[in-house]
Ligand binder design. Structure first.
Ligand code: ZN
Length: 103
């Protein structure tokens, strides 16, 4: 995670970039502010936002099989997660496949 100075928290905090804007969001207080130039957004090139299209619990494992439609690609990918809370129509961050090629 990149860090930036949050005026509300009055310290350096971990921040998250806000999609399609120059804003970042403070992970401590949720305040959004303009990203300083030193936030390296290229770190996020490997990630995309996807839309959850289905969630299936896998019996006894505590895992869920989640199908994610990666925005813009038109393809659904299957993700296994142990997340407790995930639901259809949620937007989630996924790692792009081309950076993690199957062996
Ligand atoms: Zn803050």
């Amino acid at each position: 995670m990149p860090e930036a100075f949050c005026a509300t928290c009055d310290c350096n905090v971990e921040v998250e970039t806000v999609e399609d804007t120059t804003l970042v969001m403070c992970l401590m207080c949720g305040e959004e502010f303009v990203a300083p130039a030193n936030v390296d957004s290229s770190k996020f090139d490997h990630y995309a936002v996807g839309l959850v299209t289905s969630v299936d619990s896998i019996n006894k494992t505590g895992l869920k099989k989640v199908m994610v439609d990666v925005t813009g690609s038109g393809d659904s990918i299957q993700v296994l997660t142990n997340a407790k809370y995930v639901s259809v129509n949620w937007r989630v961050v996924v790692a792009k496949e081309e950076h993690y090629p199957l062996v």
